[in-house]
Design a protein around this ligand. Structure first.
Ligand SMILES: Nc1ncnc2c1ncn2[C@@H]1O[C@H](COP(=O)(O)OP(=O)(O)OP(=O)(O)O)[C@@H](O)[C@H]1O
Ligand SMILES: [Mg+2]
Length: 382
């Protein structure tokens, strides 16, 4: 069942439901008379006591007009009670207040204050208040819809990511175990031939065959290394087997082998932040979920890839710091940087943001032309 709707949002009932809070004097009668003369289609609940006011609220009103400030059921109390139920409900005071009362009404969030001698302002005030309310309610609904769509999209991204990661894991294992073993078998075969021919280098044909064999053995070693590296990139076995810090160490080692910027890894647990990874600050780390470890690793991997591809820098760093309830991952370089408005579109940074959003974390990316780039990721840990 859909929640109760105020009349103006339900075209079948176009009459406005207005609650008029009576102060027991004649003001409410004047206001009611004025409303009747404005040709507004309305249905009025005129109430003077708290209990009646609260029960009138059960039928969602479009606006409240309070003739009461301090007398009867005080209007300010009514305003608080009504807004607790309907935060956007238009609430208009009407009467001859003292300055202090008028200020108190504004402070409490009244939409308008109409003096008794300017009741002809009422239709416009109602229209404005109701229009504002409709707009806010629509915006809130749209924001909710967008939020809902975002949540669905994130779930989808996570699902696709999960499927892709599982598939990569399987392929990586196949490549590593199957292809790796077959290549090793080839190598053993080549060694066998080499051993069988050993000592016969004097015959020119054997000399040439042995030279060729040496070449093939070298090529085989290179191919095994390539296969390992492909399998490793697809799914670093070390991440599954040993966790995030060793996987980051291995990522940094591979990066430094490429011979571009030189990257350092610092791992710290709050008080000892900044020490080298090999000092095992990670011993103090609270365990992270495999999904979070994978995402942090992928973020560092993409950021390092970007540094290698775009930064032209000399130095880079990865810093991972964990303190109770909080994790910080920072990746930076001293390269060329970029101006945000000139940054070409890419999927890498979008992917990083998505991964962080999925864990409810925050990200800051700072880049200035000529002054490097840094990516700072912060996650609350439960
Ligand atoms: N460390 C960096 N130094 C300088 N420029 C960078 C750096 N990181 C990102 N950029 C700039 O931001 C752009 C967008 O990066 P992003 O990772 O989103 O895409 P990409 O690397 O170009 O492509 P891909 O989708 O393959 O990741 C890059 O093209 C580059 O211009
Ligand atoms: Mg990229």
């Amino acid at each position: 069942m859909s929640p109760a709707q105020p009349a103006h949002e339900n075209p079948a009932h176009a009459a406005l439901h207005i609650i008029l809070l009576d102060d027991g004097a004649d003001r409410a009668t004047d206001i009611e008379g004025a409303l009747a003369s404005f040709h507004i289609d309305f249905q009025l609940s005129r109430v003077d006591r708290r209990i009646h006011f609260l029960s009138a609220l059960a039928d969602p009103p479009d606006a409240v007009i309070s003739a009461s400030i301090a007398g009867g059921y005080p209007g300010l109390d009514a305003l608080r009670a009504a807004r607790a139920l309907y935060p956007e409900l238009p609430f208009i005071f009407c009467g001859t207040p003292t300055d202090a009362e008028a200020v108190a009404a504004w402070r409490a969030g009244a939409d308008d204050y109409i003096f008794l001698d300017e009741l002809d302002r009422m239709p416009a005030a109602l229209e404005r208040a109701v229009a504002r309310r409709i707009m806010r309610a629509r915006n809130a609904r749209r924001a909710e819809e967008i939020e809902g769509l975002n949540r669905e999209l994130l779930q989808l991204v996570r699902h696709v990511d999960g499927v892709r990661d599982e598939e990569k894991k399987r392929l990586a294992r196949e490549i590593h175990d199957q292809l790796g073993q077959e290549l090793t078998a080839h190598k053993l075969g080549l060694y066998w031939i080499q051993r069988e021919l050993a000592g016969r280098e004097d015959a020119p044909l054997f000399r040439r065959v042995l030279d060729k064999l040496s070449e093939l053995i070298d090529l085989n070693s290179t191919t095994i290394a390539t296969v390992r590296s492909i399998a490793h990139q697809m799914r670093p076995v070390v991440l599954d087997e040993m966790g995030l810090v060793p996987a980051l160490e291995s990522l940094v080692r591979d990066f430094n082998r490429q011979g571009g910027a030189l990257c350092g890894l610092r791992v710290g647990s709050g008080k000892d932040a900044g020490q080298d990874a090999n000092q095992d600050a990670s011993d103090n780390f609270a365990p992270l979920s495999p999904a979070l470890e994978t995402d942090l690793f992928r973020i560092a991997q993409e950021a390092l890839t970007n540094i290698g591809r775009h930064s032209k820098g000399q130095h880079a760093y990865i810093q991972l710091t964990q303190s109770p309830g909080d994790l910080l991952l920072e990746i930076g370089d001293d390269g060329v940087g970029y101006a945000t408005e000139d940054r070409p579109f890419g999927l890498g940074l979008i992917g990083i943001r998505e991964r962080i959003r999925a864990h409810g974390g925050q990200i800051e990316i700072d880049s200035t032309p000529g002054r490097g780039t840094s990516i700072r990721v912060r996650m609350q840990l439960d």
